[in-house]
Write a protein that binds this ligand. Structure first.
Ligand SMILES: *Cc1c(COP(=O)(O)O)cnc(C)c1O
Length: 401
């Protein structure tokens, strides 16, 4: 009986530098052909038999001391899982980091980062609004004992304190698609780790680690999974931080299920194609919205992407109630197009004044553009926007960015 089933795909395998599209379909699978496999195996074991309890004790000690991935069988599924490790390997390669650590959701991933820093006595967080609504809430409410200072990018350096353990930003940000200069922000952080939430851009459009972010966070529920059927989170980072994250994941239990790990690895293989195709649709819809008299303002990122935010002159709730092809639902990053009203749904949990102060207007709609035909999408949106009340020449604002 071979033990190769327990061989985790190694991060150190020397692989010549490969393009993103190649990594997307091959990373995390490099050992498969040698094993006589094509599709990655799904290992659903919660426990791993061992007749050598001394050896197992040594593996437990090693994990407790270092947080390094167990050598050989993981002992127990909370320490690690070979199928999930394939996804982690692949995502790390796409983001250009040494390692990645996967969690049960994006919020579980952010929680683990806060716990790592908090356990080192570094409870203070500096953050830039807007952030995803629940990230804002987690920090504002101090649910994990952290204390947050909100600032703008120019104020980051001045907001740092001796106990600052983290600087957190999103770019493009949820839901306004506001962008910031990650390189300049990373510089302002000095030695404090910068966490960049890269959920919206994905490594296809932006690799924050190359710009100085020490931690790259994803709600893998969104584009990485890409089909609206997996909930997951992941942090791409250096191996030193990854070890701390694995120790926290082991102790707090926010592990990713192996079936989700499998679906995410499969999702990554089409990520570049999906993101590029959906972005082309989104760019065209942003152009049509910007030229539409019923739309006050369109936010579309300079780096592109499949997300659009726009402010309507009329009632945003009527647009949500009026779509038929587009799905009125929170979340994003799926193959189909979703639209939602951030002030009512995704950012409801943020205090109304803070929300508006971060640029989240009550008339803002956020749309995650999918892979449908762009003319079908426009026909649906056009109908949902309702009557054209004013002639085109009375248009009040143009597209931004
Ligand atoms: C959805 C989202 C999260 C939270 O991720 P979950 O997987 O829902 O826990 C974090 N950041 C951003 C930008 C998101 O869109």
């Amino acid at each position: 009986m071979t033990r190769s089933v327990f061989t985790l795909p190694s991060m150190d395998t020397p692989i010549a530098s490969r393009a993103l599209a190649t990594e997307a379909v091959h990373a995390g699978r490099d050992d498969l052909a040698r094993q006589g496999l094509h599709a990655p195996p799904i290992d659903l074991s919660t426990t791993y038999p061992s007749y050598d309890s001394r050896g197992e004790a040594a593996r437990i000690d090693a994990f407790a001391a270092t947080g390094a991935e167990p050598d050989g069988a993981p002992v127990y599924a909370r320490l690690g899982n070979p199928t999930v490790a394939r996804f982690e390997t692949a995502l790390a390669r796409l983001e250009g980091t040494e390692s990645a650590v996967a969690f049960a959701s994006g919020m579980a991933a952010l929680s683990a980062v806060l716990l790592v820093r908090g356990s080192m006595g570094l409870r203070h967080v500096v953050a830039v609004r807007p952030l995803y609504g629940c990230s804002d809430h987690l920090l504002t409410a101090g649910l994990l004992g952290s204390e947050v200072t909100w600032t703008d990018p120019a104020g980051i350096a001045d907001a740092l304190r001796p106990d600052t353990g983290l600087v957190m930003v999103e770019s493009p940000a949820n839901p306004t698609l506001a962008e910031l200069d990650l390189r300049a922000v990373a510089h302002a952080c000095g030695s404090v780790p910068l966490l960049a939430d890269n959920t919206f851009a994905t490594p296809v459009l932006q690799r924050p680690a190359e710009q100085g972010a020490r931690l790259v966070l994803h709600s893998a529920t969104k584009y990485l999974g890409g089909h609206g059927d997996v909930m997951a989170g992941v942090v791409a980072c250096d191996e030193e931080f990854a070890r701390r994250l694995r120790q926290v994941r082991f102790a707090t239990g926010g592990v990713l299920h192996p079936l989700a790990g499998y679906l995410l690895l499969r999702g990554l293989s089409t990520l570049p194609v999906r993101v590029r195709a959906a972005s082309a649709n989104a760019a065209e819809l942003a152009r049509r919205l910007a030229a539409d008299p019923r739309v006050a303002r369109v936010h579309y990122p300079r780096i592109g992407g499949a997300m659009i935010a726009f402010e309507v002159l009329g009632d945003p709730h009527a647009v949500i109630g009026g779509v038929r092809l587009i799905t009125p639902a929170v979340s994003l990053g799926s193959v189909d197009t979703l639209i939602q009203h951030p002030a009512s749904i995704s950012h409801r949990i943020v205090d109304a004044d803070d929300r508006r102060g971060a640029g989240v207007s009550d008339r803002l709609l956020r749309m995650s553009v999918g892979l449908e035909d762009v003319d079908d999408l426009w026909a649906d949106l056009d109908r949902a926007l309702g009557e054209r009340v004013s002639p085109p020449q009375q248009r009040t604002a143009a597209a931004r960015g």
